[in-house]
Write a protein that binds this ligand. Structure first.
Ligand SMILES: Cc1cc2nc3c(=O)[nH]c(=O)nc-3n(C[C@H](O)[C@H](O)[C@H](O)COP(=O)(O)O)c2cc1C
Length: 313
């Protein structure tokens, strides 16, 4: 299936594996790229040395294009921004803000830039800055969430800018891919489904929780501090939500309560203190598969649904 996205990135299928803090490393990224999608290493809050090492590991495991996701609120953002340029990473995606100040250097290094946006305003800003495409992410997704749903956001971003748009948030199978194309997107970014990829090195407890999830198993916390995230409901999220609702509980202590919770879930599978980020499609994720099996299944379903349907893509 050729779309503007496959042509832009030089990949076989219009599927990006989204950056996932503490989870998306060279193992998962190279597996997705080898399977014909675009794998992404998550730079999260890691320093330049860690990111450089993962980039080199990924290069050793695939000769296909791959990317790095840069979290713009990272304390190491400046040094990581330099590393991706020095290493000439093929693709950079960004989260948590506006990457405009890095665009000139990244373009000079030949990098294809796709910021994640949750509004038409940010989409227009990054278009003016000279990025190549945007990823419009709705609040069904796992991780940090905006207010709009994918269904409402994607067509509005498509109408607002002249760049290719990738849909993210709530896409778990071929139906989601076809729906995204119908909304005017040229591909999808998925996170939650790839959590249970065999090549995903996240803790076994994390995978178990995703596989056991139902449609209503996730919730959003963190609105009070201005960075809402969607995660699987656990004793931790319930406790956080309770403290968040208590106006006598100080913001600083609430902030402290969340420190380290992503790492504890991803690396240690700590069900009591960990925050297991996952999206609403967790209820559709039924089995562990290789990244290649997932992508082939999604594409076969999408191709079958699209037989006889033709629109510009
Ligand atoms: C566990 C997890 C961690 C995530 N961490 C990041 C991150 O560090 N940076 C980022 O831009 N997006 C992050 N995301 C969002 C994903 O890249 C992707 O856009 C999202 O998962 C798509 O929605 P879905 O979960 O419904 O597939 C994360 C998502 C999950 C599930």
């Amino acid at each position: 299936m050729q779309t503007k996205l496959t042509k832009l990135l030089g990949i076989r299928y219009p599927i990006i594996q989204g950056g996932m803090a503490w989870i998306a490393d060279a193992s998962l990224a190279s597996a997705v790229s080898n399977a014909g999608g675009l794998g992404i290493i998550s730079a999260m809050n890691a320093n330049a040395d860690w990111v450089r090492e993962e980039i080199r590991k990924c290069r050793a495991m695939t000769d296909r294009p791959f990317g790095v996701n840069i979290m713009l609120m990272s304390p190491y953002v400046e040094e990581v921004a330099k590393v991706v340029a020095e290493e000439r990473v093929p693709v950079v995606t960004t989260g948590a803000g506006n990457p405009s100040r890095f665009v000139k250097d990244w373009k000079a290094a030949g990098i294809i830039i796709l910021p994640v946006v949750a509004s038409t305003a940010l989409a227009k800003m990054v278009e003016r800055a000279g990025v190549d495409a945007v990823i419009a992410e709705g609040g069904e997704s796992g991780g940090h969430v905006g207010d709009l749903t994918t269904m409402a956001l994607v067509p509005q971003v498509v109408d607002a800018i002249d760049l290719p748009v990738v849909a993210a948030g709530g896409i778990g199978d071929g139906r989601g891919l076809v729906a995204s194309l119908a909304l005017g997107a040229c591909g999808v970014q998925m996170g939650t489904r790839f959590l249970v990829a065999k090549e995903c090195t996240v803790s076994p407890e994390y995978k178990k929780k995703v596989l056991a999830a139902k449609d209503i198993s996730t919730m959003v916390t963190g609105r009070r501090l201005g960075h809402p995230v969607r995660a699987i409901k656990t004793a931790y999220t319930n406790a956080y939500a309770k403290l968040e609702a208590d106006s006598n509980y100080p913001d600083e202590e609430l902030e402290q309560f969340g420190v380290g919770s992503l790492r504890k879930a991803a690396k240690e599978g700590d069900a009591e203190h960990g925050c297991f980020l996952a999206g609403q499609i967790a209820g559709m994720v039924r089995c562990e598969q290789t990244a290649s099996e997932m992508i082939e299944e999604i594409m076969a379903q999408a191709e079958q649904m699209m037989e006889g349907v033709r629109w510009e893509r």
